[in-house]
Design a protein around this ligand. Structure first.
Ligand SMILES: Cc1cc2nc3c(=O)[nH]c(=O)nc-3n(C[C@H](O)[C@H](O)[C@H](O)COP(=O)(O)OP(=O)(O)OC[C@H]3O[C@@H](n4cnc5c(N)ncnc54)[C@H](O)[C@@H]3O)c2cc1C
Length: 410
């Protein structure tokens, strides 16, 4: 099916945030036309299973699908995959794509992020894998099946999940990280001791204060040279050092920074334009700052909030970050904020060696709660976090008018 020349709501990016926006628009009673464009070839899917069940071979990748052509058709949503948005004309309200131009009433930017590559010598793509897409997950899964040793570069949560999967596949694993600490999503480095212990108990070697100088490949083995001069050898090297927002297609409309798009607390980036999910940083009326969360539930909540705003004009409560991960069968859940200067106070269990619930305390108030395998007590602690975070709001940032260049916002 060809693209229609106009859509009342045009959503660019067909993954969690984009599809949540489209489906929520119908749920909110929006009766206008909705078009979703995505540049991947397959049906839209969720990414969290890619580093867990899909990577381990427990799920076929189709089980992560979230929105089929049939579901889109039933909801009266024009879903187009394999089409790339190339530029935006703000004044004319037109998006140019690889399949022609499309004009819009409202535009929702949901183009997410891509894996950050390692800035080292040699062509890293030849010797190191990254994990962002379905295809990446399948390629890494196959490599893990055929590898005895793996070096994971990146000490964030994705690096930890890949390391845990590689250990489960029987590979010898080393995690290399520059920051000196293991981090866990929004919890940052506050649980580094517990994570170090988990990895060590499961036989993962940690090199947490070393950067990577270069990677070479001799045809069978990758040789990773660390900034300390130390060398590691591995059958497979995986790079998990974060993500870069996909904003380059907006360059012609004035966006020059490679950072997330700074929106108001309802996701509005400029007049008639919203941004949702990993590509967006929404203004947090509690802290007065822009927050880029890069979490699955934030992407969903962004989509739902923008849909409500477009369909009804109602303002939604800004999302409270909710993050989860699973390492070696241990389920971590985190809700709220974990500022670097917060103190983590254990309220149940033992944080350093087992299951626990802990509060992120700042100025005597709980700003976040994190738990390992204690879902019920985690849930019970959430209202106290809500009470703290619903404090006095900061003023909203000014809106960019529809005809002004987009980049001038901040
Ligand atoms: C392997 C992995 C595991 C994760 N695990 C967790 C987890 O356990 N818990 C958690 O909270 N979060 C997790 N996350 C993060 C979560 O998946 C993201 O926050 C979420 O995918 C963000 O959704 P999004 O729709 O904003 O962006 P994306 O998922 O990045 O989707 C954006 C889509 O837009 C497309 N696109 C980009 N540019 C264009 C263009 N110009 N034209 C058309 N289409 C375009 C992209 O190809 C992509 O399909 C994980 C992420 C990864 C990669």
């Amino acid at each position: 099916m060809g693209l229609k020349p106009h859509s009342d709501v045009l959503i660019v990016g067909a993954s969690t945030a984009g599809c949540a926006t489209a489906e929520s628009l119908r749920h909110e009673g929006f009766t206008g036309s909705i078009t979703v464009l995505g540049n991947e070839t397959s049906a839209p899917y969720n990414r969290p299973p890619l580093s867990k069940h899909v990577l381990l071979g427990e799920w076929e990748s189709e089980k992560a699908d979230i929105f089929t052509d049939g579901a889109a058709e039933r909801a009266g949503i024009d879903l187009h995959t394999d089409v790339t948005a190339q530029s935006l004309n703000v004044a004319e309200r037109i998006v140019s794509t690889t399949r022609g131009d499309i004009s819009y009433g409202r535009l929702v930017i949901a183009t997410g992020a891509r894996a950050r590559q390692l800035p080292v010598s040699v062509d890293p793509a030849q010797v190191a894998l990254t994990l962002r897409t379905r295809e990446d997950s399948m390629a890494l899964r196959e490599r893990l099946e055929n590898s005895r040793s793996v070096v994971v570069i990146g000490s964030g949560v994705l690096g930890s999940e890949i390391a845990a999967a590689a250990r489960k596949k029987g590979c010898a694993v080393t995690i290399v990280g520059r920051s000196g600490a293991l981090t866990l999503g929004s919890v940052r480095a506050l649980l580094t001791q517990r994570l170090e212990q988990l990895h060590s108990q499961n036989g993962v070697a940690l090199r947490l204060a070393e950067g990577v100088a270069s990677i070479a490949h001799d045809g069978t083995t990758a040789h990773v040279t660390l900034t300390s001069g130390n060398q590691l050898e591995a059958d497979t090297v995986v790079v998990a050092i974060g993500a870069i927002p996909n904003v380059e297609w907006l360059e012609s409309s004035g966006v020059t920074a490679s950072a997330a798009l700074e929106c108001d607390s309802q996701g509005q980036y400029a007049e008639h334009i919203y941004a949702v999910g990993d590509v967006a940083a929404w203004h947090d009326s509690r802290s007065g700052r822009w927050l880029a969360d890069e979490h699955q539930l934030t992407a969903l909540q962004h989509g739902q909030a923008v849909a409500r705003h477009i369909a009804t004009g109602e303002k939604a409560q800004p999302p409270v970050p909710f993050f989860w991960s699973e390492l070696y069968g241990v389920r971590f859940q985190a809700y709220g904020r974990f500022p670097a200067d917060a103190e983590l106070v254990t309220t149940h269990g033992d944080r350093d060696s087992g299951d626990f619930v802990a509060l992120s305390m700042l100025d005597g108030l709980p700003h976040g709660v994190v738990a390992s395998n204690m879902s019920r007590d985690f849930r019970r602690a959430r209202p106290a976090v809500d009470a703290t975070l619903s404090g006095a709001p900061a003023p909203e940032p000014a809106m960019v008018p529809a005809t002004a260049p987009l980049g001038g916002q901040s």
